[in-house]
Ligand binder design. Structure first.
Ligand SMILES: Nc1ncnc2c1ncn2[C@@H]1O[C@H](COP(=O)(O)OP(=O)(O)OP(=O)(O)O)[C@@H](O)[C@H]1O
Ligand SMILES: Cc1ncc(C[n+]2csc(CCOP(=O)(O)O)c2C)c(N)n1
Ligand SMILES: [Mg+2]
Length: 329
């Protein structure tokens, strides 16, 4: 443990990115940061918190916590079709553990710099370990991609694959058995999610709505349905899984995908006339896309296994859910 003061901590660890972006007029060191944009640009703003014991536990390396804090925020920007720009970090720690802070900031800066965003300010306080990041991103005027535009007939797509992070947590909690190899593969997805930043911008024109899957597919697709005033049919046999998930029992795998959360994939809707062009243009983008359902007029979410309608019990992650109504939370 070291005796660094609040201001030494800020100077040593949280002011490292000085010249990443030319639109940062003033970074750390004053009462506010000051940034600038061009007139035809709009700014998307999001905040996400990670709390020790709620979003991570002792299994999670500090570098992964730093990575994931940036990833979950950039995932929200991606879901709006925005290009990441500026970050502000509020960090509350019980004590100064310089090794932990070194690793945490390494994870944070690695991802921030990959996406060309700059930490421009924040707040450093003592208390129970809590990390809050605000991310701001740029959008060409009028091009925000919201949850509200899905129309009957639109196809529902999801990026990547679902359920690995939830399965990793189940392994850590002793609820699921796994070999070391499988555990490692699953934990990579729980610890180091990839925000689908390029995909969000690439689908901005073609997609009618988009959400990122943080609380579970059913819960997050539910936000699109509610905001767009539509319903949907979900084709469970088409849900995308990683190789290691295919080794699990089918019902268990489905449960993780539908209700587990922590996936940080994009779920979005595309009209029939845009579908072909979108699939072709993204075929070599490095991220797989799977059509998992279709929007329809009838409200509610109906699930099908091949042609057979099935029911699946559960719901996504919710803070403050009463234990008795929260089989997954
Ligand atoms: N304490 C708060 N004060 C003001 N607005 C809030 C507060 N908490 C959440 N919101 C807003 O409510 C909406 C839903 O928040 P939520 O955190 O569920 O976002 P999300 O994208 O669905 O989930 P995630 O946090 O997993 O990314 C967002 O627009 C968010 O800005
Ligand atoms: C130790 C531990 N316990 C539980 C979970 C699962 N979990 C926590 S928050 C969340 C949803 C997104 O959070 P938010 O809605 O706050 O953005 C999920 C799926 C975890 N990752 N680690
Ligand atoms: Mg979100």
């Amino acid at each position: 443990m070291s005796q660094l003061t609040e201001f030494e901590l800020i100077a040593q660890y949280f002011s490292r990115q000085k010249h990443i972006r030319s639109d940062v007029l003033l970074g750390q060191g004053d009462d506010c940061a000051v940034v600038t944009t061009t007139p035809a640009t709009q700014i998307a703003v999001t905040t996400d918190t990670m709390v020790a014991g709620v979003h991570f536990d002792a299994h999670m390396p500090a570098r992964a916590i730093g990575h994931k804090l940036v990833a979950v925020n950039l995932s929200d920007l991606a879901a709006m079709g925005a290009e990441p720009a500026w970050l502000s970090l509020a960090i509350t720690m019980p004590e100064v553990d310089t090794k932990w802070i070194e690793d945490f900031t390494a994870g944070m800066y690695e991802l921030a710099e990959y996406y060309h965003c700059q930490l421009i300010g924040g707040d450093t306080t003592r208390g129970p370990l809590t990390l809050t990041l605000t991310a701001q991103g740029l959008l060409p005027e009028g091009q925000k991609l919201t949850r509200a535009g899905a129309k009957p007939g639109d196809w529902i797509f999801v990026s990547g694959c679902l359920g690995d992070a939830a399965a990793a947590l189940a392994v850590q909690q002793g609820l699921l058995e796994a070999t070391d190899f499988v555990r490692h593969q699953l934990e990579e997805r729980l610890f180091y999610p990839t925000p689908r930043v390029a995909l969000g911008q690439a689908i901005r024109h073609a997609a009618t709505s988009c959400v990122d899957v943080s609380d579970g597919l059913v819960a997050d697709l539910g936000h699109i349905l509610q905001r767009s005033n539509v319903g949907a049919r979900l084709f469970l046999h088409q849900l995308p899984y990683s190789k290691v998930m295919l080794g699990l029992d089918e019902e268990q795998r489905r449960d993780f995908a539908l209700f587990g959360g922590d996936d940080y994939e994009l779920c979005f809707t595309v009209p029939e006339e845009e579908r072909g062009a979108l699939e072709t243009s993204l075929a070599h983008s490095g991220v797989s896309l799977t059509c998992i359902g279709q929007i329809d007029k009838q409200p509610g979410l109906r699930m099908f296994d091949h042609q057979q309608e099935v029911s699946a019990q559960g719901r996504g992650y919710q803070h403050f859910a009463a234990a008795k109504d929260s089989p997954k939370g």
